[in-house]
Design a protein around this ligand. Structure first.
Ligand code: MIG
Length: 772
């Protein structure tokens, strides 16, 4: 049996395949469809999906357990409905248009209430309906509000409408535009420069369901090394090595937690990738080892441009191995980036990916812990004569790909960062098979989440960009990429003390948490603005470390489900219209509502609390949901609310993640449930079952509270000295017992803290707290 139907008609050639009961692949082209490989899609065509195919002279139909697809023979017009007949998505025009100038387009009808999200890295608010957006990886150093294409190009749109949700992923790495109801308010039009359409439709009951399907299709983020969830310090650039050592010393002597220090481009010899400036860094191995002894990891930048210097071995090897992109005449193309004249590896060639990957051996040999890929759109300092889409990048006519199937760069542009990331991550895995790789990238395409964390590039030290950080990161999450963050404090321009405090408070709750700033701007290390600011910034960083067990548990969930760590409220409350374009607050997982302050001088801010009850994390005050409230936000506090019913796993403040975190606290908010996921945080052993999940439930009854700690599931057992239950808003109890034996307790502010036994057996622990 086949899960696919195909046919030719006046409108061209079409094939419709069911990858699962709710995921369809649709291809339409002007010529017979040839097999086509994808860089984004990892989901196998599953022939076992049950489909029923039928035909009439007018139509061809394909039905799965969940969907019914009808294709009109006359013009390939396509309709998708649920199994019960409820319409989901319908073409507004023939199934595909082939404009005379080249390219292909599809046009779908939009229902009046449909909201449109995702679409990769974008300026502006969450709902993109009414806009036109472009997919074209671009190094844009000025993210003004009207900017369209930025570094990440992810041609995926997530639609929320009454009664359900769907996603459309057009698998095209060429120049692509989505008209999201701008030209005609009831039409979604997608146009690519490619000559055929290859797109996927994912249908679900909710946005979560769509993300589930989309991430099954394009892959999920493996668990990152735990250290990469710690605080990270960057600057363009820290050099010479004494400066790096000084930064490290400051963190430790001031007791400000930090896990990573970055080396930006000035560590290299004349910006030659994979080299070191001997004067500035005479002994990188020793430097890295000394920092490691203090608990720091070092991440170095690797740009794709290879200096066109005949005496430079990487350039020589690249030429000899035919690794660089060439003009149609076969000449190696020389552009211009930091090292001056430079050649660009063609990562669409497998031999090039392996060659490039091998270069990393030198860095890893020196002890470098992770890699930072920049300039991989690829950026190119073009002159004023280049305008339009090729401004700032390489010419579209360059040839890329394996010898037998070269393609013009124009058609594969958006793959550059993804293919470079795939080469890098594969190399890290191969060179250090026992360790989880860490890569952070600027550019990417659909599927980038499988290889790298993504930071949002060159923002400014502007309050407007602090605010913009929220929907930008959320939009990436709605595009399948959970491991995201922004340059805290802002990259270009000068931070102020207050901006740094507020941005660090936000950054503490973004998955990737790095402070970075541009050359020539004011320093913005935590201590750069004096002791008062330092204390506030340090507190925000410490709070991050307290929340690490919760954050890590969310990464484990992201790996299983594809759901983002940092979530817009609409993901959890899609039927609450007030969440639909709520772009200045977010949820970390399901339980923690984060409302950053993004205005100078503000000491309160409006927060929307969705249905249920919410507890002010700082005061313990309980608020009914389904309403706006004005939260207190003095400079030392970022408004945080916890869902009543949550149980959050929290850790101790450590100076870096390598310090043993032997104590685990379950913060208990009323009757509810929670869990913690744990593993060694570093190796691949979790893939072989070396992990654990500990579940806790609580029940508040008249006169007593019962808390159950389940024995851990899974093989992994952390080194642990204490487990604490913290019952928020609890008075002194009459008695606390575990299976009849008294337990010691103490009051801390409004909270009752109970120390319980560390569980490693198979028995559950039942704690009874009597008297409220
Ligand atoms: O053209 O390596 O986004 O983070 O510090 C600027 C220097 C090149 C851009 C990156 C930024 C980095 C900077 N790079």
């Amino acid at each position: 049996m086949t899960s696919c139907v195909s046919m030719a008609a006046a409108g061209g050639y079409v094939s419709v395949a069911a990858l699962s009961s709710h995921i369809l692949r649709i291809r339409i082209g002007p010529a017979p469809l040839k097999p086509r490989s994808s860089w984004a899609v990892v989901m196998e065509d599953r022939p076992q999906v049950a489909v029923a195919v039928s035909e009439t002279p007018q139509e061809m139909m394909l039905a799965t357990d969940g969907l019914r697809v009808t294709v009109r023979r006359q013009d390939l017009h396509l309709t998708i409905a649920r199994a019960d007949g409820a319409p989901v998505l319908e073409d507004a025009l023939p199934g595909a248009e082939f404009p005379p100038g080249g390219g292909t387009a599809l046009t779908k009808r939009l229902q009046a209430d449909t909201r449109l999200y995702g679409l990769g890295q974008r300026m502006g608010f969450l709902d993109k309906r009414g806009e036109t957006v472009t997919m074209w990886a671009t190094d844009d150093p000025l993210h003004h509000p009207g900017r369209d294409a930025l570094y990440q190009a992810i041609p995926f749109v997530l639609a929320l409408q009454p009664g359900g949700a769907y996603g459309i992923f057009l698998d095209s790495p060429a120049f692509t535009q989505f008209d999201l109801g701008k030209t005609q308010s009831d039409r979604l039009r997608i146009q690519t420069a490619e000559s055929e359409l290859d797109y996927y439709v994912i249908v679900a009951d909710s946005p979560k369901g769509v993300l589930n399907g989309y991430s099954e299709l394009t892959g999920r983020t493996p668990l990152p090394p735990r250290w990469s969830l710690g605080y990270q310090q960057c600057r363009w650039s820290y050099y010479p090595e004494e400066r790096v050592r000084e930064v490290a010393r400051e963190f430790r002597s001031r007791q400000i937690p930090c896990d990573v220090i970055y080396l930006d481009i000035d560590h290299m010899d004349g910006y030659r990738v994979f080299t070191w400036d001997q004067g500035r860094f005479p002994d990188p191995a020793q430097l890295v080892a000394d920092l490691r002894a203090q608990g720091f990891r070092v991440v170095t930048i690797v740009d794709p441009g290879v200096k066109a210097d005949p005496a430079y071995s990487v350039f020589q090897e690249g030429l000899a191995g035919r690794h660089f992109m060439t003009t149609p005449d076969g000449e190696v193309y020389i552009g211009k980036v930091w090292p001056g004249p430079a050649a660009f590896p063609d990562f669409l060639q497998e031999s090039t990916r392996r060659w490039w990957g091998r270069q990393h051996a030198q860095l890893l040999h020196l002890g470098v812990a992770g890699i930072w890929n920049d300039m991989n759109e690829p950026a190119n300092f073009t002159d004023a004569s280049v305008t339009g889409q090729f401004k700032g990048t390489v010419p579209g006519t360059l040839l890329q790909g394996e010898a037998e199937c070269k393609q013009p760069h124009a058609l594969v542009h958006n793959l550059y960062g993804l293919a470079m990331a795939s080469a890098t991550t594969a190399a890290l895995q191969e060179l250090r098979p026992k360790e989880r790789p860490f890569l952070v990238t600027r550019s990417g395409y659909a599927g980038i989440q499988r290889y790298a964390a993504v930071w949002m590039g060159d923002n400014h030290s502007w309050w407007e960009h602090l605010l913009q950080a929220v929907p930008m990161c959320l939009g990436m999450g709605l595009s399948g990429v959970p491991f995201v963050g922004t340059d805290c404090g802002g990259f270009s321009g000068d931070a102020t003390a207050e901006l740094l405090v507020r941005w660090t408070q936000l950054g503490a709750f973004t998955p990737f948490f790095r402070n970075h700033s541009a050359a020539g701007t004011r320093s913005q290390e935590p201590w750069a603005f004096g002791p008062e600011t330092e204390a506030l910034v340090a507190d925000a960083i410490r709070l991050r470390y307290r929340f690490l067990p919760y954050l890590y548990t969310l990464f484990a969930e992201a790996r299983r489900t594809g759901l983002p760590v940092m979530r817009p409220l609409l993901l959890e409350y899609p039927d609450d219209e007030r969440t639909h374009n709520l772009s200045d607050q977010f949820l970390l997982g399901e339980d923690l509502l984060v409302a950053p302050v993004y205005q100078p001088g503000a000491v309160t801010r409006m927060v929307y609390l969705p249905r249920g009850e919410w507890v002010d994390y700082w005061t313990g005050a309980l608020y009914p949901g389904g309403q706006y409230t004005v939260a207190d936000a003095p400079l030392h506090r970022i408004p945080l609310f916890v869902r009543q019913g949550a149980i959050l796993p929290l850790g101790p403040v450590v100076q870096h993640t390598g310090e043993p975190a032997k104590s685990l606290t379950f913060d208990i908010f009323g009757s509810g449930a929670g869990h913690v996921y744990e593993d060694d945080g570093a190796s691949m052993d979790y893939l072989a079952g070396d992990w654990s999940i500990t579940r806790v439930t609580s029940r508040v009854e008249a006169g007593r509270t019962l808390v159950t700690v389940q024995p851990p599931e899974g093989k992994y057992r952390p080194v642990r000295s204490e487990v604490l239950l913290r019952l928020r808003n609890h008075r002194a109890p009459a008695a606390v017992t575990a299976d009849g034996h008294p337990l010691s307790w103490r009051l801390e502010g409004n909270d009752l803290v109970v120390a319980v036994a560390v569980l490693d057996g198979t028995e559950q622990l039942l704690v009874e707290i009597s008297g409220r």
